[in-house]
Design a protein around this ligand. Structure first.
Ligand code: C2E
Ligand code: MG
Ligand code: MG
Ligand code: MG
Length: 289
């Protein structure tokens, strides 16, 4: 019986794998259609000053409402797109749309756009960025590209050439999810990052039981300060987390405590009415998800 069960389990497992592969293929095909049909959207999540609660910029986050399966998280479909050349089309679209939207925002607020490692290794990226800036009229200094530590794992001379080409365009570079990947301090000091984002896995719970998380947050902030980078704490959800983050040497907070990513029309309505301030969302809606 044990043996039969084992075989059964194996079959069950391989069916699951097959389903997962089919799902991936389906998602990939549907994503290709979505790019063509222009049914993807960019939403924007504010980055808020820890001291004044003023908005200082927004991160562009892709949103996809699948015709049958409903909302699919970019945490699911971006890695699938990265496994194919789809990420190039997707990434180009995200850049162009984000630059266009940001160009309509009043004031000089910057937009941060995620660039995946595969996009970063595509030598056409500087041209794509330059064209997105030119076509939208967005000043290069208002565009920030968010990349992760994974770009340090490839060919370093290519990575350094790309850094130089992008900096030459006048855009800003931001290091996303810091602490989750390679986290090499020597690369951090060599690479021309303007901003560093402390990953939400260290920020979450840093006010409570997770004392080592707070120690990591403080250490990263100290290092980034010494290197003259703007420091962002990602994923702040709760009031106690916000309070402790605001007592550290951290410039900006991005988290559900202030707002999730919202569509362009809502950003415009808020900014046009001169509302530059965010207030923490009350305890009743804390701890979303
Ligand atoms: P990321 O770049 O680290 O983006 C931050 C993610 O954290 C977003 O998830 C955001 O909604 C979420 N977040 C922000 N504050 C909180 C919070 O307080 N609590 C919790 N639980 N989550 C919070 P999202 O939009 O689901 O995106 C997931 C990832 O997908 C992004 O992580 C990024 O790696 C990727 N992604 C999203 N849009 C794009 C895009 O246009 N291009 C590329 N290449 N990647 C993208
Ligand atoms: Mg990001
Ligand atoms: Mg992040
Ligand atoms: Mg991430």
């Amino acid at each position: 019986a044990a043996k039969g069960g084992g075989r059964g389990q194996f079959r069950f497992y391989s069916d699951d794998l097959q389903n997962a592969a089919n799902d991936r293929r389906e998602i990939e095909e549907d994503l290709r259609d979505a790019i063509a049909a222009e049914t993807l959207e960019m939403h924007y999540q504010p980055q808020v000053d820890t001291q004044t609660h003023q908005v200082k910029g927004f991160e562009a986050l892709m949103r996809w409402e699948h015709p049958e399966h409903g909302f699919i998280s970019p945490g699911v479909f971006i890695p699938i797109a990265e496994d194919s050349s789809l990420i190039d089309d997707l990434g180009t679209w995200a850049l162009r749309q984000s630059c266009k939207d940001a160009a309509a925002w009043p004031g000089e607020l910057p937009v941060s756009v995620n660039v995946s490692a595969r996009q970063f290794l595509n030598e056409e990226l500087p041209e794509v960025v330059e064209k997105a800036l030119k076509d939208s009229g967005l000043a290069p200094s208002r565009l920030e590209l968010e990349i992760t530590e994974s770009v340090f794992m490839g060919d370093m001379s290519m990575t350094e050439t790309m850094f130089a080409s992008l900096k030459k365009l006048g855009v800003k570079l931001s290091l996303d999810d810091f602490g989750t990947g390679f986290s090499s301090m020597s690369y951090l000091s060599k690479a021309p990052f303007d901003k560093i984002k402390i990953d939400q896995s260290f920020v979450r719970g840093c006010a409570g039981e997770a004392k080592s998380n707070l120690a990591i947050v403080v250490a990263i902030a100290g290092l980034a300060r010494a290197l003259d980078m703007t420091i962002v704490a990602e994923g702040v959800e709760a009031m106690d987390e916000l309070e402790i983050i605001c007592r550290q040497d951290i410039d900006l907070v991005q988290g559900f405590i202030f707002s999730r990513a919202i569509p362009q029309d809502q950003i415009m309505a808020k900014l046009d009415s001169g509302e530059m301030q965010y207030e923490p969302v009350g305890p009743a809606v804390q701890r979303a998800e």
